[in-house]
Design a protein. Structure first.
Lengths: 118, 118
């Protein structure tokens, strides 16, 4: 079955530090990969996505590259801000490969809580 | 409004009581999902509605959980005889679909209902 594994948090960094949140996946088909972000008190929002190998998704200074050889989609940002404090979820959609934890092909990781200190 | 709306935002109930959680999806979105977010457990898929098709109920944890979607729009998640382990944030999401979770129709989440069973 499909699964997504991401680093456990909380991850605490100082403002302007470099951020990496690791995400690896297991899929039986050809997944699309996503990062969602959940700010305090809010629902999840799509942050970025990549639909095929070697694609790079980017948004708000965040980037993630779809690495098929390492089955990874690590999230990076060069200089984090206090406003980036949130929970980040890695997810995959594997329509061809059948269901995973989501029965609809959409499988989420457990989330990584990021805390940025001024 | 423009986003997915959920109500109530918070619900405290006594063990054994029934609760109803409501979700208003984005207008025009044919796909609607319910997820449960528990501390340290990530997002757990519960149920999926797509248009007039029979819902995918494969994620419902027990027969105490049920959901309906009236007129292809508003959805209600009902939990009967609530237990303490039902305490979680219940998230609703909608998308244009029909390809569930496809890269062309990302999920739009509501802010969730925080359920506390005492």
């Amino acid at each position: 079955g499909n699964s997504v594994t991401q680093m456990e948090g909380p991850v605490t960094l100082s403002e302007e530090a470099f951020l990496t949140i690791n995400c690896t996946y297991t899929a039986t088909g050809y997944p699309s990969l996503f990062w969602y972000v959940q700010y305090p008190g809010e629902g999840l929002q799509l942050l970025l996505k990549a639909t095929k190998a070697d694609d790079k998704g980017s948004n708000k200074g965040f980037e993630a590259t779809y690495r098929k050889e390492t089955t990874s989609f690590h999230l990076e940002k060069g200089s984090v801000q206090v406003s980036d404090s949130a929970v980040y979820f890695c997810a995959l959609s594997d329509l061809k490969g059948g269901s995973g934890g989501g029965a609809d092909g959409l499988t989420f990781g457990k989330g990584t809580h990021l805390i940025i200190q001024p | 409004g423009a986003g997915v709306s959920q109500s109530p935002s918070n619900k405290v109930t006594e063990k054994g009581k029934d609760v109803e959680l409501r979700c208003d999806p984005i207008s025009g979105h044919t796909a609607l999902y319910w997820y449960r977010q528990s501390l340290g457990q990530g997002l757990e898929f519960l149920i999926y509605f797509q248009g007039n098709s029979a819902p995918d109920k494969s994620g419902l944890p027990s027969d105490r959980f049920s959901a309906e979607r009236t007129g292809g729009s508003v959805s209600t998640l009902t939990i009967q005889r609530t237990q303490q382990e039902d305490s979680a944030v219940y998230l609703c999401a909608s998308s244009l679909a029909p390809a569930r979770g496809s890269s062309n129709s990302p999920l739009h989440f509501g802010n969730g209902t925080r359920l506390t069973v005492t």
